[in-house]
Design a binder for this molecule. Structure first.
Ligand SMILES: *Cc1c(COP(=O)(O)O)cnc(C)c1O
Length: 493
């Protein structure tokens, strides 16, 4: 089918956004084939043989609808309705529809546990266990010893108790769910005391006062933003008090003239009045990171030893596992939480549960953790190794982005991320890519960032000080970047 140049402009030049000398090459709606005709062509036949009629026919209809609208608007070039062009557009539509929306990316932001990029990376052992367990039936809620019904919590409860010293443990979907469930089960319809310095918002609309309301508890604020004392808690505890709660201020720091009451001080004070103490750690590392020169995070085992009745923490932050909310504590409180009806709605699926079990097992061999747990491996990666990666990629990267951009090696400050240790920085190394021309620098940088994101394995960096920075701490395999540089060069041309 060929477009007839003399007939191709539908409403005359005024309605057409095309300039006068391209009007001749426009397609009209009637130049488009019917769906059936497109589907009988050789290109469509090959697609149907591979993917079946339903998908290909649906995409053919959508393709032709789109083209028709453009033809009516006078913006469709005649070349676009040629059979080869239509076949290739149809193939693109089909492949685009089948392409997953969830994609692997390369995280060169410098933030190791990046919430927008999926947080902790799973260990090989967790991936293998996950895959093996999901491929067939498993004993998720079946007791192999008795042949009777089992409890999915028992998959990880003993491990969690061993690792934290807790009497009992349960798990839910994520830590937000753990906090919500804990408050609802322990304090629904009654009062919960929290320091004004700990009324955190952790993003995604999770704010402590709102969580209290959702859980049906009444928040009683004590102290001030910067200072809270033991007598603030003592004065607030009365017969309506169901719970005293500490919240780890994981994504901000209160500095200067400050005072907070720690768990070891607060626990005896609460217990003397018959009120349980809960603490939400947020990240909650299971091992002391200080032994690798990293900043210290409070550990669940320390919180339990200090007298907390319930401790909640995340599975996919510093723990290095799947999304999960871990709840450890006394037999009495954990049993209340487990029996609360909301637990069923927030329970963990078998997928993350398998990954969590395998991740927790890695903690039984703490000496091997910095090799076995990817998150810890990246956080403890020696600076010399990161600098060596910079040298390994710099020349080829410089060539790929030339002549529009220059590349230099730079020292960078990364972050742990996910609200862990917000003020601490991780000394790191990477490359800075800067536009050569002073003019339209911002646009050039956006174009570069877009090109990097459009690669088969999208590369995510950060823009700062008129440069695009790639922190190479998380690039363990330089080939993942080097192998895509030819594609990058093409996109920048
Ligand atoms: C991250 C965090 C949560 C929520 O944990 P998720 O696993 O993301 O649901 C709750 N409390 C604190 C203090 C946190 O830092």
């Amino acid at each position: 089918m060929t477009a007839r140049p003399d007939e191709s402009v539908v409403h005359g030049s005024k309605a057409s956004p095309m300039s006068a000398n391209t009007e001749a090459a426009l397609a009209r709606p009637q130049n488009l084939p019917a769906v059936d005709r497109l589907l009988r062509g050789p290109g469509a036949a090959a697609l149907i043989a591979e993917h079946g009629h339903t998908l290909v026919a649906g995409e053919a209809r959508a393709l032709l609808d789109g083209l028709r609208a453009r033809a009516v608007a006078g913006t469709l070039l005649a070349a676009a309705v040629q059979p080869e062009a239509l076949d290739s557009a149809l193939a693109q539509h089909v492949h685009g529809r089948l392409a997953p929306r969830l994609q692997r990316v390369i995280n060169l932001t410098g933030t190791v546990i990046h919430t927008n990029l999926g947080r902790a990376l799973l260990a090989d052992e967790a991936l293998a266990h996950l895959l093996a367990m999901m491929a067939g039936p498993n004993n998720l809620e079946y007791d192999l010893a008795t042949g009777g019904r089992g409890d999915r919590d028992s998959v990880v409860e003993e491990l969690l108790c061993t690792l934290t010293g807790a009497e009992a443990a349960t798990v839910v979907n994520n830590n937000a769910a753990a906090v919500l469930l804990g408050i609802a089960a322990m304090a629904g319809g009654r009062e919960v005391i929290v320091s004004r310095g700990e009324l955190v918002e952790i993003g995604g609309a999770f704010r402590m006062p709102d969580v209290m309301a959702s859980a049906g508890a009444t928040l009683v604020e004590v102290g001030t933003t910067n200072r809270t004392h033991p007598h603030d808690y003592e004065r607030a505890i009365n017969e309506r008090t169901a719970l005293v709660m500490k919240v780890h201020t994981s994504n901000y720091a209160v500095q200067g003239f400050t005072a907070a009451v720690d768990e070891a001080t607060l626990a005896p004070l609460c217990h003397a009045r018959g009120v349980p103490l809960a603490t939400d750690l947020g990240s909650g590392a299971l091992v002391d990171l200080a032994k690798w020169g990293l900043p210290r995070e409070p550990l669940p085992q320390e919180m339990l030893a200090a007298g907390c009745d319930v401790v909640t923490f995340s599975g996919d932050k510093l723990l290095g596992g799947p999304q999960a909310g871990l709840i450890v504590g006394s037999k009495a409180e954990i049993s209340r939480i487990r029996k609360f009806p909301m637990k069923r709605a927030l329970r963990m699926s078998k997928l993350p549960l398998a990954a969590l079990e395998a991740t927790l097992r890695l903690y039984l061999r703490p000496e091997r953790l910095t090799q076995d747990l990817p998150t810890l491996r990246l956080l403890t990666r020696p600076l010399e190794q990161i600098e060596a990666t910079v040298q390994a990629v710099l020349p080829a990267l410089a060539q790929a982005v030339a002549p529009r951009f220059t590349v230099s090696a730079v020292a960078l400050q990364g972050q742990i991320g996910s609200g862990s240790l917000p003020v601490e920085r991780l000394p790191s190394a990477g490359v800075a890519i800067a536009p050569m021309a002073r003019k339209a620098q911002g646009r050039a940088l956006d174009e570069l960032a877009t090109a990097l994101r459009s690669l088969p394995l999208p590369v995510i960096g950060r823009i700062a000080d008129d440069q695009l920075l790639l922190d190479l701490r998380c690039l363990e395999d330089p080939q993942a970047l080097l192998g895509q540089l030819a594609a990058l060069a093409t996109r920048l041309r």
